[in-house]
Design a protein around this ligand. Structure first.
Ligand code: HEC
Length: 321
């Protein structure tokens, strides 16, 4: 398929929306208030103007399907009569909604962390006024937080009115406004902000945790009993001093970044894990180290009893400084 400029523009929008969302293998919802699509026009060769669509909505599904709806009647050109004419003669009153669709690789962006950015090429289609145009665009994705992602165009998208079948409408506008010329190619930019839905993020937080990690808060255990449990760890760990043995020291382990000690050589699995040790993550790891963090090098079978886990965590907390 040949990618037209128009197609690129649309694709860009699509890519923007879809990529960060799909990465989490979760569904995401477009925040209409924080998103916009702008496009430029030039009339009489000399007057440049910027317009926008305010009415955007959309979602990215768990399997990476992106669908963004643009309410074409929300076009804002700063002049009411022009807005009306655009809807009536260019977009068409019959079906004044454009839809951007794209399929994202739901796993590809999974590892994006808050603050991380990346460029992605997105393919999709734009359907407008009964026409379906393939699109391909370079988008820039920024992970704003665990629950928010922003997708913007990495470059302007040049959209051809002819490709979109809007040429006739533009002719009509020229005639009505008695203009000698109106842009036939519009530069388009997109800013799409997506929020992960609350229920999805809750289920996501749980999904990596083994059953055995359903544990009380850190303080829920008995530190005295935990000291005895810690005998199982002593061959490899010191908890009350900053001293590494076969394993890294466990001083102030609660709140520490996993694989975070400078002087200890961790396995790649632990070093790259991006975990913080707290009651839940410790419980999951100690119940079954191999399963919780595949590839980590702690040769320990795991603590089978839930109170041994809560107790040893309470002990680790009690010796923290
Ligand atoms: C046979 C040795 C051995 C035993 C026994 C053992 N560990 Fe470990 N532990 C290690 C090693 C080695 C690592 C580093 C793993 C890696 O880099 O993949 C580690 C890592 C850890 C970490 C991650 C520390 C960090 O800085 O991220 C914690 C927490 C931990 N162990 C707790 C325990 C507890 C609690 C016990 C006892 C219930 C225990 N371990 C038993 C060897 C052991």
């Amino acid at each position: 398929m040949i990618m037209t400029r128009t197609a690129r523009l649309l694709a860009l929008t699509t890519a923007l929306v879809a990529a960060p969302l799909a990465a989490q293998a979760d569904s995401w919802t477009l925040s209409g208030d924080d998103s916009r699509i702008s496009f430029g026009s030039v009339k009489k060769d000399t007057v440049g103007e910027i317009h926008r669509f305010n009415g955007l909505s959309g979602t990215v599904s768990k399997d990476g399907k992106v669908s963004i709806k643009i309410d074409l009647t929300s076009v804002d050109t700063a002049i009411d009569i022009r807005n009306e004419r655009m809807v009536e003669h260019v977009f068409g009153k019959e079906n004044p909604t454009a839809t951007l669709s794209a399929q994202l690789d739901a796993g590809a962006l999974e590892k994006m962390k808050p603050g991380e950015t990346r460029s992605v090429d997105v393919e999709g289609s734009l359907s407008l006024a009964g026409k379906d145009v393939p699109i391909e665009a370079a988008m820039f994705v920024a992970r704003l937080s665990d629950k928010r992602a922003m997708v913007t165009t990495d470059e302007m998208i040049m959209l051809s009115m002819a490709d979109l079948g809007l040429d006739g409408g533009i002719d009509k506008l020229m005639e009505l406004a008695k203009l000698p010329g109106i842009t036939r190619v519009s530069p388009v930019t997109l800013r799409l902000v997506f929020d992960r839905s609350a229920s999805d993020s809750a289920s996501m937080m749980k999904k990596d945790e083994p059953k055995a990690t359903m544990v009380a808060a850190v303080s829920g255990g008995d530190a005295t009993k935990g000291k005895k449990v810690f005998r199982k760890c002593k061959a490899c760990h010191v908890a009350d001093q900053e001293k590494n043995k076969v394993g890294p020291h466990l001083m102030n382990i609660i709140g520490r970044t996993a694989g975070g000690l400078d002087g200890y050589k961790y396995s790649k699995a632990l070093a790259d894990s991006d975990l913080t040790w707290n009651a839940e993550t410790l419980a999951g790891y100690l119940a079954n180290p191999k399963k919780y963090l595949p590839g980590n090098k702690m040769s320990f079978g795991g603590l089978r009893k839930e109170d041994q886990i809560t107790d040893v965590i309470a002990y680790l907390e009690s010796v923290a400084k």
